[in-house]
Design a protein around this ligand. Structure first.
Ligand code: HEM
Length: 315
């Protein structure tokens, strides 16, 4: 991995692009799992408790690392590690989100707005102390529309945004050894498209008969495809279905709305101050206290063995 000039995020994008193709991995690309990493990193945010979100890269530690919802994301983190080790000035939290948006674009998707400035937790204690209780924040694929609205409502997303974001299931696949579910949603799962919505509208999805968790299946062009109960909920729910129809019919509209929604997702929990850096602050929302803007510069990240020098110098 090349060490690029400090602050050259375009060059970091170039480094990410170089590692996307991995012939021995899944469908030959780590793009989809990078997108999922950025989403799960951010999707812990609660607008109610004012904690969680993409800042801090808390998934390197404790409960978040062990959360079954994040099973398999260590692949994404491990692939990105050499880039961070060669460029310790970039935080994991920035790298993970940047890798996600670069992967989307490289796979033919829209340009998602991205801004630097996320900081990392330096220790497990800092993560635990500042992150708060953030378990059970990610969606459960076996559930229905109410669950989806609860989960995404907590992050501050509307029906339209929920449907747009779900279009990321045009990428990647389910793995029995991770989520228990099995298979891809679309025939070409390394190309960002509105196929997911088209298939939701056009196929006769039938319950799969197998030993695994309840999921739907259909065969398209000789490939067995799947839908989760939460995917089907988007067409079963009247209000969300309107957006599925729109996105199935209009790829440009989907790309535009997805880019906006994903850009918003990766900003959740990131509050930059005048320095341009987001502090790892604990919002004591429960006690009605204002945001604690204390910074936590430290001696480096134990996960990647970085010195954290570049970051601390700026903080
Ligand atoms: C109701 C909401 C959602 C549910 C229940 C859900 C559930 C799942 C499940 C069960 C998997 C398979 C994991 C595995 O076995 O490896 C998965 C994969 C994936 N999800 Fe979602 N997801 C949701 C929303 C999203 C959103 C909002 C995004 C991004 C914007 C996203 C992006 C992805 C991607 C790219 C993959 C493929 C990962 C891979 O190939 O390794 N998902 N999702």
């Amino acid at each position: 991995m090349a060490a690029v000039k400090e602050g050259d995020f375009a060059a970091i994008r170039g480094e990410v692009r170089k590692i996307l193709k991995q012939p021995g991995y899944d469908d030959g690309s780590i793009g989809p799992v990078l997108v999922r990493l950025a989403w799960h990193q951010s999707g812990t945010y609660s607008a109610i408790d004012s904690n969680g979100g993409s800042n801090g890269a808390g998934m390197r530690f404790g409960t978040e690392k062990m959360d079954p919802a994040n099973a398999g994301l260590h692949h994404a983190i491990t692939y990105l590690m050499p880039i961070q080790e060669a460029n310790p000035w970039i935080t994991h939290a920035d790298l993970w989100t940047l890798a996600g948006v670069e992967a989307i674009e490289a796979m033919g998707g829209p340009k998602v707005p991205w801004e630097a400035g996320r900081t990392d937790y330096e220790t497990e204690e800092a993560a635990t102390d500042h992150r708060g209780e953030i378990v059970n924040r990610l969606p459960d694929g076996s559930k229905g529309a109410d669950h989806i609205r609860d989960i995404f409502g907590r992050m501050g997303f509307s029906d339209k945004e929920i449907v747009a974001l779900s279009g990321a299931h045009s990428l990647g696949r389910c793995h029995p050894d991770r989520s228990g579910f099995d298979g891809p949603w679309v025939v070409n799962p390394t190309r960002f498209s509105n196929q997911y919505f088209k298939l939701l509208m056009t196929q006769k999805w039938k319950p799969r008969e197998w030993e695994g968790p309840f999921q739907y299946e259909a065969t398209v062009a000789g490939t067995k495809l799947m839908m989760l109960p939460t995917d089907m909920a988007l067409v079963e729910d009247e209000e969300m279905r309107v957006w599925v129809e729109k996105y199935a019919a209009d790829k440009d509209l989907f790309f535009k709305d997805f880019a906006m929604a994903f850009g918003k997702l990766i900003e959740l929990g990131v509050e930059r101050d005048d320095s341009g850096f987001a502090r790892l602050a604990k919002k004591a929302a429960k006690e009605g206290k204002p945001l604690d803007k204390t910074s936590l510069p430290g001696k480096g990240c134990p996960f990647a063995g970085t010195t954290g020098k570049g970051r601390s110098a700026k903080l």
